[in-house]
Design a protein. Structure first.
Length: 134
């Protein structure tokens, strides 16, 4: 329904380029928790939403401005907010990506004691992230 109603008539094909590239990086084998429904996942800026999957030792996510719509594309920058999620204890690398090009925006070293928190330096438009063990 959405393809016929939105994607094809408005030629939103390019909106899926980044998602296609990001999907190639994902390994969805294992038991997971949906970040958007998890009581253990949080974002310190209430204007930023998160969706994705957290596994025992990896996570794939998407951060977005909750006020964005096709009619409201003038977004303000959000800076230095924290994302917290459950992941096994250990050392991790968090990579933040541009969602259109999959260009690496930031790489962050993080340590988990069962809960991992990383700081997003800046978000105006959507950002994807991957958390991988070192």
């Amino acid at each position: 329904w959405w393809w016929d109603s939105y994607v094809h008539p408005y030629k939103f094909y390019n909106q899926f380029n980044g998602a296609g590239l990001f999907a190639k990086e994902m390994n969805l084998i294992g038991t997971f928790e949906r970040l958007q429904n998890s009581t253990s996942t949080s974002v310190s800026n209430s204007n930023v939403g998160v969706m994705g999957y957290s596994f025992n030792n990896k996570a794939y996510g998407y951060l977005y401005d909750k006020s964005w719509t096709f009619r409201n594309t003038s977004l303000s920058q959000k800076s230095n907010f924290n994302v917290t999620l459950n992941i096994d204890a250990g050392n991790y690398v968090v990579t933040l990506y541009d969602t259109d090009t999959l260009e690496t925006l930031y790489t962050i070293d993080a340590t988990s004691n069962g809960t991992l928190t990383f700081t997003v330096p800046s978000l105006t438009y959507d950002i994807a992230f991957i958390v991988r063990g070192k």
